[in-house]
Design a binder for this molecule. Sequence first.
Ligand SMILES: C[S@@+](CC[C@H](N)C(=O)[O-])C[C@H]1O[C@@H](n2cnc3c(N)ncnc32)[C@H](O)[C@@H]1O
Length: 339
Amino acid sequence: MSIKVATRAHIPVLANETVEALAVQPGGRYVDCTLGAGGHAAAILEKSTPGGQLLGFDADPEAIKEAKTRLEAYKYSTLLLNENFVNLQAICLKYDFFPVHGILFDLGLSSLQLNSDERGFSFQHNSPLDMRFSPNQEVTAADIVNTYSETELAHIIRTYGEEGYHRRIARHIVQKRPIETTSQLARIIGQAVSIRRGRIHPATRTFQALRIAVNHELENLEVALKQAIELLGFEGRLVVISYHSLEDRIVKQFTRQRAREEQPRLRLINKKVIIPSEAEVQRNPRSRSAKLRAAERIITQSEQYMTTEKYSFSAAVEGTGWRRPALLQKLRRTFAAAI
Ligand SMILES: C[S@@+](CC[C@H](N)C(=O)[O-])C[C@H]1O[C@@H](n2cnc3c(N)ncnc32)[C@H](O)[C@@H]1O
């Protein structure tokens, strides 16, 4: 029964752990880069009341509609935009929404997308091979499957799907083209790889690979992480929840590298990844592969000269900080100089 509920609505993964890792505080300013159905955003807003503000992104217009409904009660403290987080920095600058106390990425796709019988993310539904997060993107999964060379397909399936049978699958795909639907593709992969790996369907990894390629997921994450660090105020927190090893590797390397530099800009909050409890996995099976990493923006030696006062966000918030125009202006000036 609980599984049925979980597959329909999107249940936020590691919600309490996320709010804690972001160190959400009343009056804080937060960016949710992956709004989805707005579950994490709601938890952040609840904890940052009074005075909290949230700027939310999702590339998927359907997600924005869903999140707007869910966050109706917070409409005066939220700005929810149908944007790709690869533009994180430009958008925060445009809306003068920096520095911020916390930035969240809850990567991958939502249950709304996975369960849709039109979007092509899952072979459980027969639908056109689309897989785009946004209808504005040009390239669909069908374009990749039907026009890429066998070598290119094998490369995508191996790199993004970590699929050992990449060559065999690519060969079968090329032989059976054109392929228009998810069911057709799943059947062809099933014929190429007749071995089942436990409960995992042979098409799972290829579908993941195509989705990552269609949405440039890994490239976008790398770009956005670099931007995020520029937007965080001192003591601001970066939290990333990832669902497969490739994403997690990027986050791990990025945060570790920034924490080990000669002038470190990040401090790791959790050296070991945070994973869901058994109870959460039972309640929400989608959470089983989740890994949460968190880091805090620290002030470097070269940044210390910029301000004589401790440029601390908790200090700014105390005493209704963000609502004091003079303090806000000063913080923005100092921050703009740092970017
Ligand atoms: C796992 S869901 C987020 C769920 C959300 N935290 C909640 O509690 O409902 C991931 C969302 O991120 C969005 N997304 C993925 N990559 C994106 C990108 N580069 N830019 C903007 N949104 C993105 C997807 O469209 C999807 O809605």
